[in-house]
Ligand binder design. Structure first.
Ligand code: NAP
Ligand code: MG
Length: 398
């Protein structure tokens, strides 16, 4: 059989620990036998990030701007323990944060829905994709403890020196205060990424804030979304047969619980943080959750939503067998290959991505799965496979 040809490379960002092991197994068993794989390789494993003073992460983000499609393995975000473990020069920043800042992207997270792993919410039949705004609000806030009576004001000093003041509160006793901000540019990018992704995946888009209470802050989010929708997307949505729906955040939460899924839920930064954990655990497992970073220029970086699965890696190092679920990492690859195929007009490549996903889903539905899924499946007597045997079982079907 001739291997599928590629014209443009995908940016390949390798990673750490157990997911780095899975990465190689996926390439060896599921990709290289079928595709003349063209990638531009960046090693984001912690040793290489340290060696290059994290330049490799920046280079990989710039390469993503050039080639438009990247696939990323999970990586360690160093903390004090990791600095010791890897004798690091510095506590390097999270690669995801670095890449997100350079691409100015929005992260879309969607569960992989498969028969036999049922969501806790009975009405959910199709995936719910969470789009989280990744800039500002409470994540870039300034806070103060107020020791006692006194007045707190917001003061804006324009470049020409003119001041605008607003009293926050005249304290009679001790309390607390927080000042937060966001940027119109960032909200606009977020809105465009969401509208584009809805068109791309042909799903309705929901957005919600608390604009009735926050009449300037949250209302600005609502207005920017509506203005961009009316100006650039209303006709395209109509053509695609999808809709944009705005409501209050509490109403959205109530509706989500009764919906059957199949839509994108755009969330402000804090709402997205909280709701993505709720949605992912209700759908079953972090190992069945994909994640894609989409920039307003239409660059795509695909990854798994989980981390490097450190505990399994230490088992692996001791020579013990592991049963780590590779679904999210496989779907990161299939997502990137499909997008590459679409952008290059390479139908064979896009079709391969579909077949790879189908073979993976069929494997689980046939009762062959890793331990994490065997614990929660409704399929009777599942076969628990090791990390490698699970990938080989998919390869057999593929
Ligand atoms: P984790 O790697 O997501 O793993 C936490 C636990 O979840 C595992 O111990 C395992 O549970 C279960 N799990 C996660 N993925 C699984 C999979 N594919 N198959 C089976 N079980 C899975 O989170 P962590 O241990 O807190 O973090 C490890 C490292 O990952 C950290 O250094 C962190 O910085 C990094 N991280 C990276 C990313 C990213 O690159 N996007 C995201 C998050 C964390 P059991 O132990 O019970 O089997
Ligand atoms: Mg969270």
């Amino acid at each position: 059989m001739d291997k599928i040809k590629m014209t443009t490379p995908i940016v390949e960002m390798d990673g750490d620990e157990m997911t780095r092991i899975l990465w190689q197994m996926i390439k060896d068993n599921l990709l290289l036998p079928y595709i003349d794989l063209k990638t531009e390789y960046y090693d984001l494993g912690l040793p290489c990030r340290d060696q290059t003073d994290d330049q490799v992460t920046i280079d990989s983000a710039n390469a993503t701007k050039k080639y438009k499609v990247a696939v990323k393995c999970a990586t360690i975000t160093p903390n004090a323990d990791r600095v010791k473990e890897y004798s690091l020069k510095e506590m390097w920043k999270s690669p995801n944060a670095t890449i997100r800042a350079l691409l100015d992207g929005t992260v879309f997270r969607a569960p992989i829905v498969v028969k036999g792993i049922d969501p806790c919410v009975k009405s959910w039949k199709k995936p719910i994709t969470i789009a989280r705004h990744a800039y500002g609000d409470v994540y870039k806030a300034t806070e103060m403890k107020i020791p006692g009576a006194g007045k707190v004001e917001l003061v804006y000093t324009a470049e020409d020196g003119t001041e605008t003041r607003e009293t926050v509160h005249a304290f009679q006793g001790p309390g607390i205060i927080q000042g937060m901000h966001n940027l119109s540019d960032s909200i606009e990018s977020f809105a465009k990424s969401c509208f584009n992704y809805a068109l791309d995946t042909k799903q309705d888009l929901w957005f919600a804030t608390k604009d009735t209470i926050s009449k300037k802050y949250d209302h600005t989010f609502k207005d920017i979304f509506q203005d961009i929708f009316d100006a650039d997307f209303a006709d395209l949505f109509k053509e695609a047969g999808i809709s944009y729906f705005y409501t209050l955040i509490d109403d959205a939460v109530a509706r989500v619980m009764k919906a059957d899924g199949g839509f994108i839920w755009a969330c402000k930064n804090y709402d997205g943080d909280v709701m993505s954990d709720m949605v992912s655990s209700a759908f079953g497992s972090l190992a069945m959750m994909t994640s894609v970073l989409v920039s307003p220029d239409g660059d795509y970086e695909y990854e798994a939503a989980h981390g490097t699965v450190q505990r399994h890696y230490y088992q692996h190092l001791k020579g013990q067998e592991t049963s780590t679920n590779s679904m999210a990492t496989i779907f990161a690859w299939s997502g990137a290959l499909r997008k590459r195929g679409e952008l290059d007009g390479n139908q064979e490549l896009a079709d391969f991505a579909d077949r790879l996903e189908q073979a993976s889903l069929d494997t689980i539905e046939a009762g062959e799965m890793t331990k994490d899924l065997a614990l929660i499946t409704t399929i009777p007597n599942p076969t628990v496979l090791s990390s490698e045997d699970f990938i080989k079982a998919i390869a057999k079907r593929l």
